[in-house]
Ligand binder design. Structure first.
Ligand code: 4AD
Ligand code: MG
Length: 430
């Protein structure tokens, strides 16, 4: 019976045929051990010379790495294998012979692997990381659907920018100028006024000249926006959402986490509520930790975020940043005009900022004033300002960066491994 590696648990002691690729193999002369993968998983096939035909034995013996095969065998339970199953192979039929597969079991440098990203994603490690990514996406839809959010898709080609006018990818839109979206937020605010609670999930683009382990040029963002919701209530949604993601990965990706050697106790501790620390207190904390140069009013860099995160086991919200270092649409704190009702959520273990969010300005005059203070003058935002003319309400929202979240939950150092085909500074291939 034809099946997949993910389904062998339902076929124990039965004969199955699987379409697979040869991942690796070794032989003792009388027994061949075939490491097989079919995309759904990995399984070891064991072929004993005296139990198979000469033809099948030779076919297996000549198999090269990444050749495709139909492999037939009997499923056995096996405690020693990672998947818990093994295949007693009775026949191997070559589909296509791979010649000189470049990624051999030996160590390769990162640039080489990145050049071969189209093949690298076949590896066990990359498979595990991208499956965790898939689980986070699945859980995201589940969380927001169960909480009465509507998925709304903002445009990718836009006539205005959401996060400031630098770092924009420019293109021609027939006779007009257009930009690739940096954030769908402004459109999501319009959508929140139409549907109450909305979320988006899509690619965003930033022409940032940053070459760090946390920056991609093209990354995916989940952006919820909620009408009739203040900043504190938004933080509660954020901690519930992030806790749900962590629990979903723990529940459904045990094999992947094991492949990646992830420290599970670190993830098991991630349950709402999360600690909150004001920007002011974060400055004090940093000074105590030896960052004597940092001044009130400066933005935090990666080393600062990592130092703050070290003081907490869970993700930590840094709230109420100075208004001058944040976007024009953030609502000033009614009790203190120099800070805004916003928060960045910093992941533990040095994975950096995974969420940026805020309450939005709902007063038209104030929004217009902030808009001008930020040097924004063109008419591209006219529609956005209009949202404050017709039944303006308190509303809040946030954006979670998918790749940084994948990096954190998977425990991988660099975001380049958390997206199938990363776009980095100096890399548009493959
Ligand atoms: O903090 P950011 O810039 O927030 C916004 O874009 C808001 N408009 C979101 C909103 O309120 N709807 O970006 C949100 C998140 C960051 O916290 C980070 O996780 C991720 O997006 N991010 C990046 N991830 C990878 N590479 C980059 N260059 C990123 N820039 C931001
Ligand atoms: Mg941010």
């Amino acid at each position: 019976m034809k099946t997949t590696i993910s389904n062998v648990d339902k076929q124990v002691e039965q004969s199955v045929t699987i379409g697979a690729w040869l991942h690796n193999k070794r032989s003792s002369g009388k027994i061949q051990f075939l490491q097989l993968r079919d995309g759904t998983g990995f399984i070891q096939g064991v072929m004993v010379k005296k139990e198979v035909t000469e033809e099948a034995w030779e076919a297996a013996k000549n198999l090269t790495q990444e050749s495709s095969v139909w492999v037939t065998g009997i499923v056995r339970e096996d405690d020693r294998s990672q998947s818990g199953y093994e295949l007693t192979v009775t026949n191997v039929e070559l589909i296509h012979e791979a010649v000189d597969y470049p990624i051999t079991p030996k160590e390769h440098g990162t640039e080489f692997l990145m050049d071969n990203r189209h093949l690298w994603i076949r590896s066990r490690r990359q498979n595990a990381i991208l499956r965790i990514r898939n689980e986070i996406i699945r859980a995201t839809y589940q969380f927001f659907n169960e909480n009465d959010f509507v998925k709304i898709d903002p445009p990718i080609l836009t006539g205005s920018s959401a996060e400031g006018t630098t770092d924009l990818f420019h293109t021609k839109y027939f006779e007009e100028d257009a930009y690739l979206s940096q954030s769908g937020q402004l459109y999501m605010e319009a959508a929140a006024m139409a549907f109450g609670r909305v979320f988006s999930f899509g690619p965003t683009f930033r022409a940032e000249k940053s070459k760090t382990r946390r920056h991609l040029i093209e990354f995916w963002m989940i952006e919820p926006e909620m009408a009739f919701m203040n900043h504190d209530e938004s933080l509660e949604v954020q901690e519930q959402y992030v806790s749900f993601l962590v629990q979903s990965v723990l529940d459904n990706c045990q094999l992947e986490l094991k492949t990646l050697d992830r420290d599970l106790s670190k993830l098991e501790a991630i349950k709402a509520p999360f600690p909150r620390i004001s920007y002011d207190d974060a400055i004090t904390l940093l000074k105590d930790k030896g960052f004597t140069d940092i001044e009130w009013g400066e933005d935090f860099g990666a080393p600062h975020e990592t130092a703050i995160a070290e003081s907490f086991e869970k993700p930590v919200f840094i709230t109420n940043y100075p208004k001058d270092i944040k976007a024009f649409y953030m609502k000033p704190d009614p009790e203190r005009e120099d800070v805004v009702l916003c928060a960045d959520l910093i992941a533990p273990e040095g994975y950096g900022e995974i969420i940026g969010g805020s309450q939005r300005i709902d007063d038209l005059a104030l929004l217009e004033q902030r808009y001008e203070e930020h040097g924004l003058t063109d008419d591209a935002y006219k529609w956005y300002l209009e949202l404050r003319r017709y039944g303006s309400v308190p509303h809040s929202g946030f954006g979670l960066g998918l790749e940084r979240t994948v990096a954190w939950l998977s425990g991988v150092e660099h975001v380049r491994e958390t997206i199938p085909f990363p776009r980095l500074l100096n890399r548009l291939y493959p």
